[in-house]
Design a protein around this ligand. Structure first.
Ligand code: FES
Length: 115
């Protein structure tokens, strides 16, 4: 479990980046916390530097939007989902449980779904 910080240190509309096996972005979307892989699946951009809009974040480089609940991009140029991670709030602190899935697992599951 990765300690992110105190709930009070991450205001609504803000994000922080923490280090798991890869960088992970944690967002406070209207009081609900979400965690996804920080690196855009299109190119090397940090999604924690993107713009948060509801339950989606817009990549700062080419504006692909990722749904924070599913990790799926809404459209090009990104085609591959980012991994999502479980967020745990305990005693006023925010933690992330990093998913054991790989990016390839996520893409494969998505491909299965559309078959
Ligand atoms: S790097 Fe994110 S959309 Fe291109």
């Amino acid at each position: 479990m990765i300690l992110v910080g105190a709930v009070s240190d991450i205001p609504v509309g803000e994000s922080v980046r923490v280090q798991g096996s890869v960088p992970i972005a944690v967002f406070n979307a209207d009081g609900v916390f979400y965690a996804i892989d920080d690196t855009c699946t299109h190119q090397d951009a940090s999604l924690s530097d993107g713009w948060l809009e509801g339950c989606a974040v817009e990549c700062p480089l080419h504006a692909a939007c990722f749904d924070l609940r599913t990790g799926r991009p809404s459209g090009p140029p990104a085609r591959t989902p980012v991994r999502t991670h479980e967020v745990v709030i305990s005693d006023g602190m925010v933690y992330v449980l990093e998913s054991a899935e790989t990016g390839a697992d996520v893409a494969e599951a998505l491909a299965e779904e559309v078959r």
